[in-house]
Design a protein around this ligand. Structure first.
Ligand SMILES: [Zn+2]
Length: 314
């Protein structure tokens, strides 16, 4: 999607949206940023990773540049019209269409919307410098517990170090950060790797960093594996809790107890979720636990919109 013409670098998929959808922010999945809000999510064709299990391979691996033409102005206008509180750059890696994302993000801020990146974290320092002040939050997805071997073999990524570096730099840039980890059964579910990753998160980013272990579903070139067994996800959850992380979740397993938030001090269920819906809110107006007063790390306030729909536009 990039071309060098007469020594000038072009982004050929600028403003060509390959997917656009209105979603609860919990679906992205952010659990500690503007809870209850809606985001208008957009992505383009192509990607910089080669994940063999990509769930969006129809757009990320598309050999042609195509999409629905939508200027940054039109995107922001559509978000407002649909009652979204923010824009999400998602589906494929937003860094690869960063010029478009940041142009839209600038306009979105002017209109009072927030901006989030759903990213693989393979971002340079220069990219993060540009995101600073425009991208309010990012969820970074490790896959296979951040194992270097897994990244080499199943993602065509030489090293996970740049992802860790980017997380540190985003935190320094004042970007709200959450982490997901896609647990791939048999090949990316080592508890030793999970132990190392969760200790790194605790010691480098802080124990209040939200972490979700995500259920893998067979897709693309990895159709032969089963979905991640819940028992495997639970073992990962236990390792992260043993290592002292405050907010650990199991994602893509609707109805499990760990899609809710528990107070790290008294253990009470402070935010109850059912899928992407918030069904109980037990925090005061300063996001403190109603039972013991502990401050729960949430950026922004609970946005109460009532029953919400997921709308697919393209
Ligand atoms: Zn409490």
């Amino acid at each position: 999607m990039r071309a060098n013409r007469d020594g000038k670098l072009y982004l050929d998929n600028y403003g060509l949206v390959a997917a656009i959808q209105l979603d609860p922010i919990e679906k992205k999945p952010f659990f500690h940023f503007m809870p209850g809000s809606y985001v208008l999510g957009v992505g383009t064709s192509s990607c910089n990773f080669g994940c063999m299990f990509c769930q969006n391979h129809n757009i990320s691996k598309d050999k042609e540049i195509k999409g629905y033409e939508l200027s940054p102005e039109e995107l922001v206008g559509m978000a407002i019209e649909q009652g979204a509180q923010g824009l999400a750059f998602t589906y494929n890696e937003p860094a690869i269409f960063i010029e478009y994302a940041l142009d839209a993000a600038k306009l979105a801020h002017k209109k009072g919307l927030f901006n989030v990146f759903v990213t693989n974290g393979y971002l340079t320092k220069e990219a993060i410098e540009q995101m600073k002040g425009l991208i309010d939050a990012a969820v970074v997805d490790f896959k296979g517990n951040g194992s270097e071997k897994f990244a080499n073999k199943y993602m065509a990524v030489p090293s996970v170090e740049p992802i860790k570096q980017a997380l540190v730099e985003m935190k320094h840039a004042g970007i709200h950060v959450e982490i997901t980890d896609l647990v791939v059964p048999q090949v990316g579910d080592s508890l030793e790797d999970c132990d190392a990753l969760t200790k790194w998160i605790r010691d480098t980013l802080g124990k209040d960093t939200p972490l979700q272990f995500i259920t893998f579903f067979p897709d693309y070139k990895m159709q032969d594996l089963p979905p991640t067994p819940y028992s495997t996800l639970l073992k990962h959850w236990q390792v992260a809790k043993k290592n002292g992380l405050d907010y650990v979740y199991i994602g893509n397993a609707p109805g499990n107890p760990y899609e809710s938030t528990y107070c790290p001090r008294c253990g009470a269920k402070v935010i109850e979720r059912a899928g992407f819906e918030i069904t109980a809110w037990n925090l005061d107006e300063h996001n403190r636990c109603k039972f013991c007063g502990e401050e729960i790390k949430i950026t922004g306030k609970h946005v109460e919109l009532g029953a919400r729909d997921i709308k697919v536009f393209y």
